[in-house]
Design a protein around this ligand. Structure first.
Ligand code: AVI
Length: 310
Protein backbone atom coordinates (compact mmCIF):
# COMPACT_ATOMS: atom_id res chain seq x y z
CA UNK A 1 0.00 0.00 0.00
CA UNK A 2 1.40 3.34 -1.13
CA UNK A 3 0.52 5.25 2.08
CA UNK A 4 2.37 2.72 4.28
CA UNK A 5 5.37 2.69 1.94
CA UNK A 6 5.61 6.52 1.78
CA UNK A 7 5.22 6.93 5.57
CA UNK A 8 7.88 4.35 6.44
CA UNK A 9 10.24 5.60 3.75
CA UNK A 10 9.76 9.24 4.81
CA UNK A 11 10.35 8.46 8.48
CA UNK A 12 13.51 6.49 7.77
CA UNK A 13 15.08 9.29 5.71
CA UNK A 14 17.21 12.14 7.06
CA UNK A 15 15.67 14.53 7.83
CA UNK A 16 12.44 12.67 8.52
CA UNK A 17 9.56 13.75 6.32
CA UNK A 18 5.89 13.06 5.63
CA UNK A 19 4.02 14.05 2.48
CA UNK A 20 1.39 16.76 2.91
CA UNK A 21 -0.84 15.15 0.25
CA UNK A 22 -1.78 12.73 3.06
CA UNK A 23 -3.20 15.56 5.24
CA UNK A 24 -6.59 15.19 3.58
CA UNK A 25 -8.55 12.44 5.31
CA UNK A 26 -12.06 13.31 6.55
CA UNK A 27 -10.77 15.26 9.58
CA UNK A 28 -8.02 16.86 7.47
CA UNK A 29 -10.63 18.04 4.92
CA UNK A 30 -12.67 19.60 7.73
CA UNK A 31 -9.59 21.26 9.26
CA UNK A 32 -8.61 22.67 5.86
CA UNK A 33 -12.12 24.15 5.54
CA UNK A 34 -11.52 25.82 8.93
CA UNK A 35 -8.11 27.09 7.78
CA UNK A 36 -9.71 28.67 4.70
CA UNK A 37 -12.16 30.48 6.96
CA UNK A 38 -9.46 31.86 9.31
CA UNK A 39 -8.85 35.62 9.13
CA UNK A 40 -5.07 35.01 8.91
CA UNK A 41 -5.36 32.68 5.89
CA UNK A 42 -5.68 35.46 3.29
CA UNK A 43 -5.16 33.18 0.23
CA UNK A 44 -8.80 32.13 -0.15
CA UNK A 45 -10.20 35.66 -0.01
CA UNK A 46 -7.55 36.99 -2.38
CA UNK A 47 -8.35 34.42 -5.06
CA UNK A 48 -12.06 34.88 -4.42
CA UNK A 49 -11.52 38.61 -4.99
CA UNK A 50 -10.00 37.78 -8.42
CA UNK A 51 -12.82 35.41 -9.41
CA UNK A 52 -15.50 37.80 -8.13
CA UNK A 53 -14.13 41.12 -9.32
CA UNK A 54 -11.84 40.34 -12.27
CA UNK A 55 -14.16 37.83 -13.93
CA UNK A 56 -14.35 39.74 -17.21
CA UNK A 57 -10.54 39.83 -17.48
CA UNK A 58 -10.42 36.06 -16.94
CA UNK A 59 -13.20 35.38 -19.41
CA UNK A 60 -11.65 37.72 -22.01
CA UNK A 61 -8.51 35.57 -21.96
CA UNK A 62 -10.52 32.35 -22.19
CA UNK A 63 -12.80 33.65 -24.95
CA UNK A 64 -9.98 35.11 -27.06
CA UNK A 65 -11.04 32.62 -29.74
CA UNK A 66 -14.72 31.71 -29.89
CA UNK A 67 -14.12 27.97 -30.45
CA UNK A 68 -16.02 25.67 -28.07
CA UNK A 69 -13.91 24.41 -25.17
CA UNK A 70 -13.69 22.13 -22.15
CA UNK A 71 -13.10 23.99 -18.88
CA UNK A 72 -11.18 21.46 -16.80
CA UNK A 73 -10.54 22.13 -13.11
CA UNK A 74 -7.82 20.13 -11.33
CA UNK A 75 -8.76 19.54 -7.68
CA UNK A 76 -12.10 21.35 -8.04
CA UNK A 77 -13.15 20.92 -4.39
CA UNK A 78 -16.41 22.73 -3.68
CA UNK A 79 -15.96 25.02 -6.72
CA UNK A 80 -16.76 28.24 -4.79
CA UNK A 81 -14.31 30.36 -6.80
CA UNK A 82 -14.90 28.82 -10.20
CA UNK A 83 -18.69 29.24 -9.84
CA UNK A 84 -18.24 32.99 -10.45
CA UNK A 85 -16.37 32.29 -13.68
CA UNK A 86 -18.88 29.64 -14.80
CA UNK A 87 -21.75 32.06 -14.28
CA UNK A 88 -19.98 34.80 -16.22
CA UNK A 89 -19.15 32.45 -19.11
CA UNK A 90 -22.78 31.30 -19.28
CA UNK A 91 -23.92 34.93 -19.40
CA UNK A 92 -21.49 35.48 -22.27
CA UNK A 93 -23.15 32.53 -24.04
CA UNK A 94 -19.80 30.73 -24.23
CA UNK A 95 -19.96 27.21 -25.66
CA UNK A 96 -18.22 25.03 -23.06
CA UNK A 97 -18.41 21.93 -20.90
CA UNK A 98 -17.20 22.11 -17.28
CA UNK A 99 -15.08 19.11 -16.26
CA UNK A 100 -14.11 19.16 -12.57
CA UNK A 101 -11.45 16.59 -11.63
CA UNK A 102 -11.06 15.46 -8.04
CA UNK A 103 -9.96 12.30 -6.25
CA UNK A 104 -12.92 12.61 -3.89
CA UNK A 105 -16.16 11.18 -5.35
CA UNK A 106 -18.00 12.70 -2.41
CA UNK A 107 -16.82 16.26 -3.13
CA UNK A 108 -17.67 15.84 -6.83
CA UNK A 109 -21.23 14.75 -6.16
CA UNK A 110 -21.76 17.68 -3.76
CA UNK A 111 -20.33 20.04 -6.39
CA UNK A 112 -22.45 18.57 -9.18
CA UNK A 113 -25.73 18.85 -7.30
CA UNK A 114 -24.90 22.38 -6.14
CA UNK A 115 -24.08 23.52 -9.68
CA UNK A 116 -27.13 21.77 -11.18
CA UNK A 117 -29.27 23.77 -8.79
CA UNK A 118 -27.47 27.13 -9.11
CA UNK A 119 -26.60 26.98 -12.82
CA UNK A 120 -29.09 24.55 -14.43
CA UNK A 121 -27.97 25.45 -17.97
CA UNK A 122 -24.35 24.39 -17.24
CA UNK A 123 -23.06 21.30 -19.06
CA UNK A 124 -20.93 19.36 -16.58
CA UNK A 125 -18.93 16.09 -16.67
CA UNK A 126 -17.32 15.09 -13.36
CA UNK A 127 -14.09 13.10 -13.56
CA UNK A 128 -13.10 11.21 -10.44
CA UNK A 129 -9.46 10.22 -10.21
CA UNK A 130 -5.85 11.25 -10.47
CA UNK A 131 -5.18 14.51 -12.41
CA UNK A 132 -3.19 13.25 -15.38
CA UNK A 133 -5.19 10.06 -15.86
CA UNK A 134 -8.37 12.16 -15.91
CA UNK A 135 -6.84 14.69 -18.34
CA UNK A 136 -6.23 11.73 -20.64
CA UNK A 137 -9.85 10.69 -20.20
CA UNK A 138 -11.03 14.26 -20.92
CA UNK A 139 -9.06 14.16 -24.19
CA UNK A 140 -10.70 10.82 -25.09
CA UNK A 141 -14.16 12.26 -24.39
CA UNK A 142 -13.73 15.37 -26.53
CA UNK A 143 -11.27 16.95 -28.92
CA UNK A 144 -12.31 20.52 -28.10
CA UNK A 145 -9.71 23.01 -26.97
CA UNK A 146 -8.91 22.89 -23.27
CA UNK A 147 -8.80 25.53 -20.57
CA UNK A 148 -7.30 24.08 -17.38
CA UNK A 149 -7.76 25.65 -13.93
CA UNK A 150 -5.27 24.81 -11.19
CA UNK A 151 -6.20 27.22 -8.42
CA UNK A 152 -5.63 27.83 -4.71
CA UNK A 153 -1.81 27.91 -4.81
CA UNK A 154 -1.76 24.11 -4.94
CA UNK A 155 1.39 24.41 -7.05
CA UNK A 156 3.04 25.90 -3.91
CA UNK A 157 2.81 22.53 -2.15
CA UNK A 158 5.32 21.11 -4.64
CA UNK A 159 9.07 21.42 -4.26
CA UNK A 160 10.50 23.59 -7.09
CA UNK A 161 11.74 20.59 -9.18
CA UNK A 162 8.45 18.78 -8.62
CA UNK A 163 6.51 21.90 -9.75
CA UNK A 164 8.65 22.05 -12.89
CA UNK A 165 8.08 18.42 -13.76
CA UNK A 166 4.34 18.76 -12.96
CA UNK A 167 4.01 21.75 -15.34
CA UNK A 168 6.06 19.92 -17.95
CA UNK A 169 3.77 16.88 -17.76
CA UNK A 170 0.69 19.12 -17.81
CA UNK A 171 2.02 20.66 -21.03
CA UNK A 172 2.32 17.24 -22.69
CA UNK A 173 -1.40 16.54 -22.07
CA UNK A 174 -2.39 19.77 -23.82
CA UNK A 175 -2.27 21.04 -27.43
CA UNK A 176 -1.28 24.28 -29.07
CA UNK A 177 -3.82 27.02 -28.27
CA UNK A 178 -4.91 25.46 -24.94
CA UNK A 179 -4.83 27.68 -21.84
CA UNK A 180 -3.88 27.09 -18.19
CA UNK A 181 -4.99 29.38 -15.34
CA UNK A 182 -2.77 28.74 -12.33
CA UNK A 183 -3.01 30.33 -8.85
CA UNK A 184 0.23 31.51 -7.22
CA UNK A 185 0.56 32.98 -3.76
CA UNK A 186 3.00 35.88 -4.05
CA UNK A 187 5.92 36.95 -1.85
CA UNK A 188 4.81 39.77 0.45
CA UNK A 189 5.37 41.03 4.01
CA UNK A 190 6.92 37.92 5.59
CA UNK A 191 4.95 38.40 8.82
CA UNK A 192 1.64 38.22 6.91
CA UNK A 193 2.74 34.91 5.37
CA UNK A 194 4.02 33.42 8.63
CA UNK A 195 0.81 34.42 10.46
CA UNK A 196 -1.31 32.64 7.83
CA UNK A 197 0.44 29.35 8.65
CA UNK A 198 1.03 29.91 12.36
CA UNK A 199 -2.44 30.87 13.59
CA UNK A 200 -2.91 31.48 17.29
CA UNK A 201 -6.03 29.30 17.36
CA UNK A 202 -3.85 26.25 16.57
CA UNK A 203 -5.89 25.03 13.58
CA UNK A 204 -2.81 24.70 11.33
CA UNK A 205 -1.03 22.85 14.14
CA UNK A 206 -4.01 20.45 14.41
CA UNK A 207 -3.98 20.08 10.60
CA UNK A 208 -0.33 18.90 10.72
CA UNK A 209 -0.76 16.72 13.83
CA UNK A 210 -3.82 15.06 12.30
CA UNK A 211 -1.51 13.20 9.92
CA UNK A 212 0.01 11.40 12.93
CA UNK A 213 -3.51 10.47 14.09
CA UNK A 214 -4.26 9.21 10.57
CA UNK A 215 -1.10 7.07 10.64
CA UNK A 216 -2.14 5.69 14.07
CA UNK A 217 -5.55 4.72 12.74
CA UNK A 218 -4.71 3.46 9.26
CA UNK A 219 -1.29 1.91 9.88
CA UNK A 220 -1.73 0.66 13.46
CA UNK A 221 0.81 3.05 14.94
CA UNK A 222 1.19 4.56 18.40
CA UNK A 223 2.19 8.22 17.96
CA UNK A 224 1.46 10.22 21.11
CA UNK A 225 0.28 13.52 19.62
CA UNK A 226 1.06 15.33 22.89
CA UNK A 227 4.75 14.59 22.35
CA UNK A 228 4.96 16.51 19.07
CA UNK A 229 4.76 20.25 18.46
CA UNK A 230 4.01 22.17 15.27
CA UNK A 231 6.74 24.59 14.13
CA UNK A 232 6.42 26.94 11.14
CA UNK A 233 9.11 28.85 9.26
CA UNK A 234 9.11 31.35 6.42
CA UNK A 235 12.25 32.31 4.52
CA UNK A 236 11.58 35.56 2.64
CA UNK A 237 14.65 35.08 0.44
CA UNK A 238 13.58 31.76 -1.07
CA UNK A 239 9.82 32.21 -0.50
CA UNK A 240 9.68 28.80 1.22
CA UNK A 241 7.10 28.53 4.00
CA UNK A 242 7.66 25.18 5.68
CA UNK A 243 5.91 23.31 8.46
CA UNK A 244 7.54 20.81 10.78
CA UNK A 245 6.61 18.68 13.77
CA UNK A 246 9.20 18.61 16.58
CA UNK A 247 9.61 15.53 18.76
CA UNK A 248 9.46 16.91 22.32
CA UNK A 249 11.41 13.99 23.77
CA UNK A 250 13.51 10.99 22.81
CA UNK A 251 10.92 8.35 21.92
CA UNK A 252 10.21 5.23 19.89
CA UNK A 253 7.07 4.95 17.78
CA UNK A 254 5.80 1.65 16.38
CA UNK A 255 4.22 1.73 12.93
CA UNK A 256 2.78 -1.54 11.68
CA UNK A 257 5.35 -3.48 13.70
CA UNK A 258 8.31 -1.30 12.63
CA UNK A 259 10.15 0.81 15.20
CA UNK A 260 10.93 4.45 14.42
CA UNK A 261 13.34 6.27 16.76
CA UNK A 262 13.03 9.98 17.47
CA UNK A 263 15.70 12.06 19.21
CA UNK A 264 14.58 14.91 21.46
CA UNK A 265 14.02 17.99 19.20
CA UNK A 266 14.20 15.93 16.03
CA UNK A 267 12.06 17.30 13.18
CA UNK A 268 9.59 15.82 10.76
CA UNK A 269 9.37 18.03 7.65
CA UNK A 270 5.65 18.15 6.81
CA UNK A 271 4.77 20.69 4.13
CA UNK A 272 6.11 23.32 1.76
CA UNK A 273 3.89 26.26 0.79
CA UNK A 274 6.13 28.00 -1.73
CA UNK A 275 5.61 31.73 -2.38
CA UNK A 276 6.53 33.11 -5.79
CA UNK A 277 7.51 36.39 -7.41
CA UNK A 278 5.61 37.03 -10.66
CA UNK A 279 8.92 36.64 -12.57
CA UNK A 280 9.44 33.23 -10.96
CA UNK A 281 6.03 32.09 -12.19
CA UNK A 282 7.03 33.29 -15.68
CA UNK A 283 10.27 31.35 -15.46
CA UNK A 284 8.31 28.24 -14.48
CA UNK A 285 6.01 28.80 -17.50
CA UNK A 286 8.92 29.23 -19.93
CA UNK A 287 10.84 26.24 -18.58
CA UNK A 288 7.85 23.95 -18.99
CA UNK A 289 6.79 24.97 -22.51
CA UNK A 290 4.14 27.63 -21.78
CA UNK A 291 4.02 31.33 -22.66
CA UNK A 292 2.56 33.75 -20.13
CA UNK A 293 -0.45 35.60 -21.54
CA UNK A 294 -1.22 37.69 -18.47
CA UNK A 295 -1.38 37.63 -14.70
CA UNK A 296 -4.50 38.79 -12.89
CA UNK A 297 -3.95 40.12 -9.36
CA UNK A 298 -6.28 40.64 -6.41
CA UNK A 299 -6.75 44.19 -5.13
CA UNK A 300 -3.86 43.87 -2.62
CA UNK A 301 -1.50 42.26 -5.19
CA UNK A 302 -0.97 39.38 -2.75
CA UNK A 303 -2.09 36.58 -5.07
CA UNK A 304 -2.17 36.04 -8.80
CA UNK A 305 -3.94 33.79 -11.27
CA UNK A 306 -1.59 33.49 -14.19
CA UNK A 307 -2.80 32.66 -17.70
CA UNK A 308 -0.47 30.46 -19.73
CA UNK A 309 -0.75 29.52 -23.40
CA UNK A 310 0.47 26.24 -24.87
C1 AVI B 1 -3.73 23.40 -0.15
N1 AVI B 1 -2.62 24.33 0.04
C2 AVI B 1 -2.54 25.27 -1.09
C3 AVI B 1 -2.56 24.97 1.35
C4 AVI B 1 -1.35 25.94 1.44
O1 AVI B 1 -1.58 27.12 1.65
O2 AVI B 1 -0.22 25.49 1.24
C5 AVI B 1 -2.46 23.95 2.47
C6 AVI B 1 -2.27 24.59 3.82
N2 AVI B 1 -1.37 24.23 4.70
C7 AVI B 1 -1.46 24.97 5.78
N3 AVI B 1 -2.42 25.86 5.60
C8 AVI B 1 -2.96 25.62 4.38
Amino acid sequence: MQFRFDVLEGLSSTPKKLHSKYFYDKTGDALFQQIMAMPEYYLTNCELDIFQNKTSELSKIILETDAAFDLIELGAGDGTKSAFLLKHLLNEKANFNYMPIDISANILSVLESKLKEDLPELSITCLEGEYFRMLEKAAELSSRRKVVLFLGSNIGNMEKEEALSFCHSLNTYLSSGDIVLMGFDLKKNPQVILDAYNDKSGITAAFNLNLLTRINRELTADFNIEKFQHYQTYDPLSGACRSFLISLEKQVVTIDGQLVNFEKDELIYMELSQKYAVEESELLANSSGFATIDHIMDSKSWFTDVAWLV
